[in-house]
Design a binder for this molecule. Structure first.
Ligand code: ARG
Length: 565
């Protein structure tokens, strides 16, 4: 519609392109201000007229010329040109387009590759709520980019290398056993890690032992590697439990260890390009000119570190996948790390470094409420997910105990609640986690939207139609509640694109919440099943499109919708 309108308007504005008009056209905040609005302020200088005069003239010109089947009314208001569309025809236009939505969407990314580095938990450490955020944000962005036609490569950059493994081996050898680790899993590994850090205070020699074990790992010594591998398997078993629950998959699990042997080539290249500096036995890239501390490449015993393994991973990914963009989804606290790494890659002369993007997110805290945390104040992702499922089981038992597949619905609702709550907040914002808020059936929550979906499905079942007939009388949908709903449905593709451009799943989350709200208003104001035949048919089309759009949008967030709830 913006294209159609800008073609009409451009005739009356000298020196302005239709692209520019298309970009300027907005949907006004209030329904009574029209369907589209063109702010005329940016033309004033060029046309040497005030915005108000420009809008006044445009109104007259368009009224004399414009096609009544497209525009019914035009107003000039304080420098804005407000346009009211012919509702019936506009609805027809939208409904015709609804069939092509998927096609229109997938054009953007054709032929483009995006690498996504997300989730990436640390071996022998717990999968905490922070990892849950990167996991669900990453999964949603993966779905959004895939929908837009991009080829997305999902990489789990496991934290599976580093000096901490030396400490773990020392801890295991001194204070644990095969049975204890097998039985306790990550929890036992955490225990010995904490114990190591305690004991080392009285016995600094332990540090030296740990360093030697890690050195053995770096040199490929068999025993060291086999213990490390075993710890990794144990951790992955636990991580996979969470991924399975959330329905999340990766194309590659390539942890930091995979890049360890690629660091020497990186060091050689940095040296050759004159970027490597020796500093107290360590190797660094100086970033003083960019107001950053140096990027550490190797430590004084020559071993690789987080930064250099990330740089090696970038070179590897560029070679292997020829990405247009490589996205990193981690907590905000790693901002400096990625700024350093990306800058160092840029200094190596790689112009594609501008495709490297860090996508940070804020912290999650548990406000006021107690959730049994297993160690200290670390919140385990799995505890949150299980608790949510348990609570939604209780809710179903209260509200709709006779529903079929109760257990499955409780799982879908519980998981959906947690994921939605996470994605509804803008990425960068800190989240205060409260169970009341997460699982509420009113307001901006997953259950509210799932419930709306189930309601729409139930109307369709009662409406007894097995095939939706899109050939309806669109003038039966021009009253405000239906018209708002049609327009909201139509804005889905733009929201998906906006959400991709801003790396912000919250755009889709907020959209689907708005859609559910507008649908519920329509449901309250417009009788559907008892309406006259033609009206009923027309309204059922809206119900059909709403449930389809809710389901598609929720799918982009990684949330399923139960058919009944
Ligand atoms: N393992 C890290 C953590 O848990 C996240 C890794 C992010 N990805 C990367 N390529 N550095 O904080």
């Amino acid at each position: 519609m913006k294209k159609v309108l800008s073609k009409m308007i451009i005739k009356y504005l000298d020196g302005v392109s239709d692209d520019e008009i298309e970009q300027l056209l907005v949907i006004p905040p209030e329904v009574d201000m029209g369907d589209y609005s063109l702010p005329c302020f940016s033309f004033a200088k060029r046309l040497k007229k005030s915005p108000v005069t420009i809008a006044d003239h445009l109104k007259v010109d368009l009224e004399n010329d414009s096609d009544q089947s497209v525009i019914t009314e035009i107003c000039s208001m304080n420098g804005y040109l407000n346009i009211y569309l012919n509702r019936s025809n506009y609805i027809k236009f939208i409904l015709d387009d609804a069939h092509n939505l998927d096609l229109n969407l997938s054009a953007e990314g054709i032929g483009k590759v995006i690498c996504m580095d997300y989730s990436s938990p640390n071996i022998a450490k717990n999968f905490h709520v922070g990892h849950l955020r990167t996991t669900v944000i990453g999964n949603s962005l993966y779905k959004i980019y895939t929908k837009l036609g991009y080829k997305v490569i999902r990489i789990n950059h496991l934290g599976d290398w580093g000096t901490q493994f030396g400490k773990l081996i020392v801890g295991y050898k001194n204070w644990s056993s095969k049975e204890q680790v097998e039985e306790g899993g990550i929890e036992e590994l955490l225990r010995i890690y904490v114990l190591f850090n305690k004991k080392v205070k009285d016995n600094p020699m332990l540090n030296e032992e740990a360093r030697l074990w890690f050195l053995k790992m770096e040199q490929g010594e068999e025993e060291a590697l086999s213990i490390w591998k075993w710890f990794k398997e144990i951790s992955l078993k636990e991580f996979n439990r969470i991924y399975r629950l959330l329905g999340i998959e990766f194309d590659y699990y390539l942890g930091e260890s995979f890049y360890m042997d690629k660091v020497p080539a990186l060091v050689a290249e940095l040296k050759e390009k004159g970027l490597l500096l020796e500093s107290q036995g360590a190797n660094i890239v100086n970033l003083e000119a960019y107001n950053m501390p140096p990027c550490l490449i190797t430590k004084n015993d020559g071993s690789s570190i987080y930064h250099s393994r990330d740089m090696a991973a970038i070179l590897y990914r560029n070679n292997e996948y020829h990405f247009d963009k490589c996205l990193y989804i981690t907590g905000l606290e790693q901002k400096l790390h990625f700024a350093q790494v990306f800058k160092a890659i840029e200094l190596m002369g790689y112009d594609w470094a501008d495709g490297l993007v860090h996508i940070p997110y804020g912290l999650v805290s548990l406000k006021g409420e107690k959730l049994s945390t297993r160690t200290g104040n670390i919140i385990y992702a799995e505890d949150i997910l299980f608790e949510a499922i348990k609570r939604s089981n209780q809710l179903i038992a209260e509200k709709n105990p006779n529903i079929s597949n109760k257990e499955q619905v409780a799982e879908i609702v519980g998981l959906g609640a947690v994921i939605f709550h996470d994605l509804f907040h803008q990425r960068i914002k800190n989240i205060n986690f409260s169970w009341e808020e997460v699982l509420s059936f009113d307001g901006a929550t997953g259950p509210y939207i799932q419930y709306t979906y189930a309601r729409a499905k139930s109307i369709l079942r009662k409406g007894n139609i097995d095939k939706i007939n899109m050939d309806i009388e669109t003038n039966l949908l021009i009253e405000q509640a239906s018209y708002n709903l049609v327009k909201e449905i139509a804005s889905f593709p733009n929201k998906v694109k906006e959400s991709a451009a801003r790396y912000e799943p919250s755009v889709v989350a907020r959209y689907v919440w708005g859609l559910a709200t507008i649908f519920n208003k329509f449901y309250q104001e417009c009788n559907i099943l008892n309406a006259e035949k033609k009206t009923k048919e027309a309204r059922l089309v809206l119900v059909y499109l709403t449930q389809k759009t809710i389901k598609d949008a929720m799918e982009l967030l990684g949330i399923r919708c139960p058919e009944e709830m």
